[in-house]
Design a protein around this ligand. Structure first.
Ligand code: SF4
Length: 89
């Protein structure tokens, strides 16, 4: 299964929640209306804006769709080698 790193920049996140709508297992808004990153609905090490996830190809595509939906491009996704998958550079 692909391993990806998912990061939300809380300074960019405006709480639009489109990421939550598309990938609720990965993104949930906190009390400040910023999106925490969840691991399949869980937070094993507590709240965080950045997390390694083991995902299926379908889950990976869906998380990228969620990142694409973010109006401020606050979500960054990297592959195992550290290459930025989204936003495309
Ligand atoms: S879509 Fe972007 S701005 Fe909206 S909650 Fe998610 S990360 Fe934040």
């Amino acid at each position: 299964m692909p391993r990806i790193r998912v990061m939300v920049d809380p300074d960019l996140c405006i709480g639009a929640a489109s990421c939550v709508t598309i990938a609720p297992e990965t993104f949930q808004l906190n009390e400040e209306n910023k999106a925490w990153v969840f691991d399949h609905g869980q937070e094993p090490e507590g709240h965080t804006y950045e997390r390694w996830l083991e995902v299926t190809d379908d889950e990976k595509e869906n998380i990228i769709l969620a990142a694409q939906s973010c109006p401020t491009l606050a979500i960054f996704i990297f592959d195992e080698a550290g290459t930025q998958l989204f936003p495309e550079t």
